[in-house]
Design a protein around this ligand. Structure first.
Ligand SMILES: *[C@@H]1O[C@H](CO)[C@@H](O)[C@H](O)[C@H]1NC(C)=O
Ligand SMILES: *[C@@H]1O[C@H](CO)[C@@H](O)[C@H](O)[C@H]1NC(C)=O
Ligand SMILES: *[C@@H]1O[C@H](CO)[C@@H](O)[C@H](O)[C@H]1NC(C)=O
Ligand SMILES: [Ca+2]
Ligand SMILES: [Ca+2]
Length: 344
């Protein structure tokens, strides 16, 4: 018994020392991992982006989390995960906590539900809340709470990515049909990209992945023998290019199935793979299944025990302001080279 206890203690210890890994683009804190997204998105896209990254759209559900969130951004306001998109006035965080249970103070004159169209809540730089339109883009923060769950061999928490040793890559087949642009969004947020076929071998591997998803496994009314992958032709004829910028010939696989590309109906400028592992063209705006590819070592993973070096993460708004000033001075130098300020 003693021995077992000792062993358990050791294992616990080791787990701790080993740490739990998660994407390095997140900052690890005592409450969990946080990532500031400075490029504004609609509330809906922000929620999805966080979800696909392995977290949730952050809400300041406890005072400590609010402090951490306020440290991360310098903009006047960000979206929180608190929303009433299902029913008017019924505000909950995306993880189901009612607004009444979230400590909050409103900005003066808020909430005003302007024009009866404000269903999302922002966190402002002074720590107060406002209600706002969900479809007007804002920056936001993703959050993943502390957890012992560790990433898999594909470097993700998503168990639908499967490692293929012959290509040293991971693949995920998405059965929910999306447009090419949305498919690209999903794969990117998951840390991968729409699959790119670089060899006959990879074409074979992808055909095997596809074979695991017969039409009967996909719900909805769409053509189930095509899946979007990562090439397109910029809306021009015969300029088939991967999303990483190579021609499909340079990328290493350019075999279309017979009868494709056919630029059918309204024009087909996006790339797909068929069940035989060969290529086809599809309308970018139509909805199809798609295949993501992910490198096991991207995004980089960090151990949650390397907590302390906060210097390169913390947004220092004053520094930023100084940088901006320097920038504007240097711009002045360029526009007026004769404008010389003596160095002090
Ligand atoms: C307010 O809502 C109405 C009806 O939904 C809409 O027609 C109008 O454009 C909105 N006004 C503003 C300023 O958003
Ligand atoms: C593809 O189809 C569209 C719509 O019919 C047409 O406008 C376009 O010229 C075609 N492109 C080529 C390369 O045939
Ligand atoms: C702008 O000009 C001043 C004066 O010559 C100089 O001190 C400063 O470094 C310049 N800034 C840049 C970025 O060129
Ligand atoms: Ca408002
Ligand atoms: Ca076609």
């Amino acid at each position: 018994m003693k021995f077992i206890l000792k062993y358990v203690a050791l294992v616990v210890c080791f787990t701790f020392i080993d740490g739990v890994k998660f994407r390095c683009d997140y900052k690890y804190t005592y409450l969990g991992w946080l990532k500031y997204h400075e490029i504004p998105a609609t509330w809906y896209d922000a929620r999805l982006q966080c979800k696909f990254e392995g977290g949730i759209l952050a809400s300041p559900t406890v005072p400590g989390l609010k402090t951490l969130m306020l440290d991360l951004f310098c903009k006047p306001e960000i979206f929180t995960g608190i929303h009433a998109t299902f029913s008017k006035e019924q505000y909950y965080s995306v993880d189901g906590i009612p607004l009444a249970q979230i400590p909050h103070e409103w900005e003066s004159n808020e909430p005003d539900n302007k024009n009866d169209s404000e269903r999302c809540i922002t966190l402002n730089s002074n720590g107060k809340f406002s209600d706002a339109r969900c479809d007007e883009p804002r920056p936001y923060i993703c959050f993943r709470e502390n957890s012992q769950a560790d990433v898999n061999v594909c470097g993700t928490l998503d168990s639908e990515y499967h490692f293929e040793s012959s290509t040293n890559k991971c693949y995920k087949f998405h059965t929910t049909p999306r447009t090419f642009a949305r498919a690209n969004f999903v794969c990117s947020a998951e840390g991968g990209h729409l699959a790119i076929i670089n060899s006959d071998e990879e074409s074979r591997v992808i055909a095997q992945v596809f074979a695991k998803y017969p039409a009967s496994k996909m719900i909805g009314n769409f053509q189930k023998d095509f899946a979007f992958i990562g090439f397109h032709n910029w809306g021009e004829s015969a300029d088939w290019t991967t999303i990483h910028g190579q021609s499909i010939q340079e990328a290493g696989f350019a075999k279309f199935t017979s009868g494709q590309p056919d630029n059918a109906t309204t024009g087909e400028y996006c790339g797909s793979v068929l069940r035989n592992g060969l290529l086809g063209d599809l309308g970018c705006e139509n909805h199809f299944a798609f295949i993501c590819e992910k490198s096991p070592d991207y995004p980089l993973l960090c151990d949650n025990i390397k907590v302390i070096d906060e210097s390169n993460h913390n947004h220092d708004c004053t520094n930023n302001a100084q940088e901006k000033q320097i920038e504007s001075v240097s711009n002045k130098n360029k526009t007026n080279p004769k404008h010389i300020v003596p160095a002090s």
